[in-house]
Design a binder for this molecule. Structure first.
Ligand code: GLY
Ligand code: MN
Ligand code: MN
Length: 439
């Protein structure tokens, strides 16, 4: 788990990067209605949580570097025993100071009176504009409150700056504690995938495998998957974000599971593809081995000092060559690569940053150039091949096969460290595991 000291270190780092005379304002997430009067389980906003560790809705964090009376102020829900009886314990301003190291804390209901006074006199406001329309409007009202008092000498801020850039650069580089947390999330997801593979049998349904995943996540204390689990069998595997998970598992088909837990606010993201009956057919195996080869090539290219796109380039080279050899593509390798001829079969990119959000924050380019990989970055490596069921340009044997293999990789000085390596991915090892054949 991330300790109090790390949260405070993060705030100090953000404040050290802020321009002099500035203030940063970060709202929490809100509760969302699912239907009528039931709600989705609350999940704190990642930026807000990263800076505070505070997991209640209706809160606003304020950072004011070099403020004498305290640099970190938290607005939060007040204690209210009658309401707490229904919806759970609240920290209240007192708990915010005592347990979350706020220098000062106030009830959220008092924010209109207090925040304009904190903003006043600060020249710059750091804020992530455009993410929360209601809060954008509220912020403008607070600024207008100050403008309206300009004749009495009040000084409104002159500049709004994007907080995302500062914060997301920090979030991109994982600390030792974050890496431990991500390894723990990866370990839980590995167990979940193994459990689903072992439970797979023809005649069961995709949602039965989803249930196995959720069981393992929840047993480990995860409150959410990091994203909706994808369990796609047969041609459903060709739908990249298939989440209906409602079809029967049919002998002879493959099933693609893309699922990962969120553990202590950190995501994991794993995909494995395996035969429902435990044995790959010849065409399935040929494509599977090709995807695996491309994935291993991409992982080998996930090296500090290389640029972001190198794993993708390594991957599409292997895939294109393989598709040529199997007769799914025709022509010259270099021409096909230039034309991106693989795209009808491989239409997504080879990975993304991974962290508190499954598609985590952080720039992929610096100016016009791909950014360089550096130790502490975590990304996924997830090539696939998806042969559309109605693709008349390829031989029948290939149609409707969808395969993806995805692992989570930490860039280190010593090379790529695969956080999810405990989950088998060689075809023969997978065949042994499906249907509970391996203890
Ligand atoms: N599960 C979404 C992804 O792999 O990016
Ligand atoms: Mn995934
Ligand atoms: Mn992914």
């Amino acid at each position: 788990m991330i300790g109090k000291r790390e949260f405070s270190r993060r705030r100090r780092k953000v404040m050290a990067e802020m321009e002099p005379g500035s203030i940063a304002i970060v709202p929490s997430a809100s509760i969302h209605t699912r239907n009528r009067d039931t709600e989705y389980r609350f999940r704190q906003d990642s930026d807000f949580y990263y800076l505070t560790g505070f997991d209640e809705p209706d809160a606003v964090a304020v950072l004011m570097p070099e403020r004498k009376h305290g640099e970190f102020v938290l607005f939060c829900q007040e204690r209210d025993p009658a309401l707490e009886l229904w919806t759970g314990y609240r920290q209240g301003p007192e708990g915010a100071c005592k347990n979350y190291s706020a220098d000062d804390a106030f009830p959220i209901g008092d924010i209109d009176e207090i925040l304009p006074g904190l903003i006043e006199g600060r020249e710059r406001v750091y804020y992530a504009m455009g993410r929360n329309a209601d809060f954008d409007q509220q912020l403008m009202q607070w600024v207008n409150t100050i403008r309206n008092k300009a004749r009495t000498g009040a000084q409104p801020p002159g500049e709004f700056l994007d907080l995302n850039y500062l914060l997301h650069e920090l979030r991109l580089f994982k600390s030792a504690a974050e890496i431990r947390q991500m390894q723990a999330a990866a370990d839980i997801s590995v167990r979940a995938h193994k459990r689903a593979m072992k439970a797979c049998k023809p005649g069961r349904f995709e949602y039965h495998l989803e249930a196995e995943l959720i069981h393992e996540f929840m047993q480990a204390g995860c409150r959410h998957p990091a994203y909706e689990s994808i369990v796609g069998s047969g041609k459903n595997a060709c739908i990249l974000h298939y989440t209906q998970n409602c079809d029967e598992l049919v002998a002879g088909d493959l099933v693609l599971i893309d699922a990962g837990c969120e553990y202590g606010y950190y995501a994991s993201d794993i995909t494995r593809t395996f035969p429902v009956s435990g044995k790959f057919s010849k065409p399935q195996r040929a494509l599977y081995d090709l995807v695996l080869k491309s994935q291993l090539a991409a992982i080998d290219a996930t090296i500090a000092g290389r640029h972001w796109n190198e794993p993708h380039e390594a991957c599409v080279r292997v895939l294109t060559l393989g598709l040529l050899e199997l007769g799914l593509l025709k022509g010259k390798l270099e021409t096909l690569l230039k034309k991106e001829a693989y795209k009808p079969f491989y239409m997504h990119r080879t990975g993304h940053w991974l962290g508190m959000d499954v598609h985590d924050v952080g720039d992929y380019r610096v100016g016009e150039e791909w950014r360089l990989l550096e130790p502490g970055m975590v990304l996924t490596v997830e090539p696939g091949l998806y042969i559309a069921p109605d693709n008349k340009k390829v031989d029948k044997q290939w149609r409707g096969i969808g395969i993806r293999i995805e692992d989570d990789v930490l860039v280190t000085k010593q090379g790529p460290q695969v956080l999810t390596k405990a989950l088998p991915k060689k075809a023969a090892d997978i065949e042994k595991m499906v249907g509970g054949r391996r203890k």
